[in-house]
Design a protein around this ligand. Structure first.
Ligand code: ADP
Length: 334
């Protein structure tokens, strides 16, 4: 507790222990406290305290200290101002929380995560070269080989190579979504949806579905490439997992903005639907809901990561045998 009138800060036994001091060494000043702070963190700490003084708010600062024996600890220092009866600040009280173990673990986790990311990125990239050669050889072999059985096998190799290529493309895409800075472009969202529908025209059963697009949003500002990839994935899934035994298979796309800073985009279908039990799993990496899925199980994982990168949310309402509705809420800047 620091008393502004006397300039004396009284430290608890535990604070003394954290700072490597004996419990008797418990009377300090703001200046003596600053002398414990790691020289590389000191300026930042002073800056944050000055900022908090201006607004009369508290602080929550993570910084390093150097103990008298030279050891370094990570501390979370939190403080609140104390005010006198006339509303003027009379002191500060606060806590010191030794967060060294957590911080060291966090740092090593982040380092491993970075390594894993680099590994996936490199492997996906490096495998694509030989894979492209295999695909090229498959195309050439189809022209040269006459034997029926061999041709069938070559066709199968071609299909598998294509599937692997799809998987690698998606892995590279996941990494680039994480690393890329988002842009802020004007998007005519109806035009974007229509473009997506026309790019999906050649998918099986496209012609059997009745699409309707409703919107009260003319233009929104967001990362257009990211939004396009999200909508493309969701619409493609709605087509892939439709129920073509229905009399009137439909996909509705509703885009609305009702005064809020977010635009809501709903993609609803009356397709196969998703079981309540697996509803939360569909956004997991590599999750495939049905054995009939020929996909990679990465689509909705990419969708969710991208939506979060845009600062938005995605929710799913679905009932098995009835249909699904994916609801996006995307913040837009005007
Ligand atoms: P993939 O399509 O490659 O299997 P996704 O991550 O895109 O992977 O989707 C995960 C699972 O969610 C799918 O395997 C499917 O079972 C289910 N799913 C996704 N979209 C729909 C939908 N519109 N209707 C029914 N099931 C869906």
């Amino acid at each position: 507790e620091l008393d502004f009138a006397t300039g004396v800060a009284k430290w608890s036994d535990e604070s003394c222990r954290i700072y490597g001091l004996s419990p008797e060494d418990n009377m300090h000043s703001f200046k003596s406290w600053l002398s414990f702070i790691h020289p590389d963190d000191r300026q930042r700490v002073i800056g944050e305290i000055q900022e908090a003084e201006k607004t009369g708010s508290g602080t929550s600062i993570k910084h390093r200290i150097v103990r008298p024996d030279g050891s370094i600890r990570y501390i979370l220092s939190e403080s609140r101002p104390e005010f006198g009866p006339d509303g003027r600040p009379v002191g500060v009280y606060g806590t010191a929380h030794d967060v060294t173990e957590n911080t060291v673990l966090e740092q090593s986790l982040q380092a491993s995560y970075k390594e894993l990311e680099t590994f996936i990125y490199r492997v996906s990239h490096d495998l694509r070269g030989p894979l492209a050669s295999i695909q090229g050889l498959v195309r050439v072999s189809v022209l040269d080989v006459k034997d029926e059985t061999a041709l069938k096998h070559i066709g199968m190799i071609g299909d598998l190579a294509m599937k692997l290529d799809g998987l690698l493309t998606k892995l590279v895409h996941i990494m680039s979504v994480r690393d890329k800075k988002t842009t802020n472009d004007p998007v005519d969202v109806v035009q974007m949806v229509e473009g997506i529908l026309s790019s999906l025209k050649f998918i099986d059963h496209f012609g059997n579905i009745k699409f309707s697009v409703n919107s009260n949003v003319k233009e929104m500002r967001t990362d257009s490439e990211a939004l396009r990839s999200v909508l493309l994935n969701l619409v493609e899934n709605a087509i892939k997992y439709h129920d073509y035994s229905r009399k009137m298979p439909f996909i509705d796309i509703n885009i609305h903005r009702n005064g809020s800073p977010n635009v809501s985009i709903e993609i609803s279908d009356n397709g196969q639907g998703i079981d309540e039990e697996v509803k939360d799993k569909v956004f997991d990496m590599f999750y495939r809901g049905t054995t009939s899925s020929k996909g990679t199980g990465l689509g909705l994982f990419i969708v969710k990561s991208t939506v979060e990168k845009l600062g938005g949310t995605i929710t799913l309402e679905s009932a098995k045998g009835k249909g699904s509705r994916f609801r996006l809420s995307i913040p837009v800047s005007d």
